[in-house]
Design a protein around this ligand. Structure first.
Ligand SMILES: Nc1ncnc2c1ncn2[C@@H]1O[C@H](COP(=O)(O)OP(=O)(O)O)[C@@H](O)[C@H]1O
Ligand SMILES: [Mg+2]
Length: 234
C-alpha cells in the first residue's frame, strides 16, 4: 500500500459504515469520519459507543456490512494494554518481528536501535520487556508499529493504564510523530481522558455508533462541562 497522501486523496475516509456484532442490533449505523490531513485526531465517547469497533474496522481486522473505508495509509493498532501486543522477550527481538525479512543481522540491529531512539528507548535493545515500565512498554509498542512502516496509528486508550508522567511521554511522542517533517504520521487516538483532547488537531465525540463533527479539542471539553451531569466522555 502506498503511504502517501498526495493529490486529492485524504488520509482516511469512513463513509456510511454499518457493522454489527449480532444480526439483530447493528453497532455502527451510518458511521462516517473524514481525516483531512496528517495529525493527531482524537475520539471520545461513553463505553460501548463503538470506538474500539471502529478502530478495528479501520485496521482492516473486520469488514463493514455496508459503507466503505478508504485509506492509502498503512494502519497499525496500539492497544490500551501493551502486554497484549509485545510478544518477544526483549525490546530488540520484539521490534525485529515487524522488520522486513530481507534485512541482514547488522541492518536489522541498526534499524532496531534507530526505532528505539525514536521512541526514547535508546540502548535498550537487549532489555527484557518485563523490566520496562508501562509507559516504556507502550512506547515500544509504538516503535513496533513504526517498524512495520505504519503511517496511520490507531491508538485505543493508549494511556488508560499509565501514570501521569508516562501518559505525558506517550502523548508527546505521538504529537512529535504527527508533527515531524517530512512524513508526518496520522494518528486516531481514542481517549477517556478529557485533558488529552487539548493536544489534538481535532476532536470528535462518538455516540451510539456514530462520530460527530471535528471540534477544537479544548472547545469540545468546554461543551462537556456544560452538560447537565457535568460529565462528557463517559
Ligand atoms: N468481540 C465482540 N463480540 C460481540 N460484541 C462485541 C465485541 N466487541 C464489542 N462488542 C460490543 O459492541 C459494542 C461496542 O463496543 P466497543 O466498540 O468496544 O465500544 P467502546 O470501545 O466505545 O467502549 C458493545 O456493546 C460491545 O459489547
Ligand atoms: Mg473500547
Amino acid at each position: 500500500m502506498p503511504a502517501s497522501t498526495s493529490g486529492s486523496e485524504l488520509p482516511l475516509v469512513v463513509a456510511g459504515v454499518d457493522f454489527g456484532w449480532s444480526h439483530e442490533r447493528p453497532m455502527l449505523r451510518g458511521c462516517s469520519l473524514e481525516i483531512s490531513r496528517p495529525g493527531l485526531w482524537m475520539l471520545v465517547g461513553s463505553n460501548g459507543s463503538g470506538k474500539s469497533t471502529l478502530l478495528r474496522l479501520i485496521a482492516g481486522l473486520m469488514s463493514p456490512v455496508r459503507g466503505c473505508i478508504n485509506t492509502a495509509l498503512r494502519p497499525a493498532l496500539v492497544f490500551q494494554n501493551p502486554d497484549h501486543q509485545l510478544l518477544m522477550p526483549t525490546c530488540g527481538t520484539d521490534l525485529r518481528l515487524g522488520l522486513p525479512l530481507a534485512l541482514n543481522h547488522r541492518q536489522a540491529a541498526d534499524r532496531e536501535e534507530a526505532l528505539l531512539q525514536q521512541v526514547g528507548l535508546q540502548g535498550m535493545a537487549h532489555r527484557p520487556i518485563h523490566t520496562l515500565s508501562g509507559g516504556q512498554k507502550q512506547r515500544l509498542a509504538i516503535a513496533g508499529a513504526l517498524a512495520a512502516e505504519a503511517t496511520l496509528l490507531l491508538l485505543d486508550e493508549p494511556t488508560a493504564l499509565l501514570d501521569p508522567d508516562s501518559q505525558a511521554d506517550v502523548l508527546a511522542l505521538i504529537r512529535a510523530l504527527c508533527d515531524r517533517q517530512p512524513n508526518p504520521l496520522t494518528a486516531l487516538w481514542v481517549t477517556h481522558r478529557l485533558e488529552e483532547l487539548a493536544h489534538a488537531d481535532g476532536a470528535a465525540r462518538m455516540e451510539r455508533g456514530r462520530v460527530g463533527h471535528w471540534h477544537d479539542g479544548a472547545e469540545l471539553v468546554r461543551s462537556f462541562s456544560l452538560l447537565p451531569t457535568g460529565r462528557g466522555g463517559g
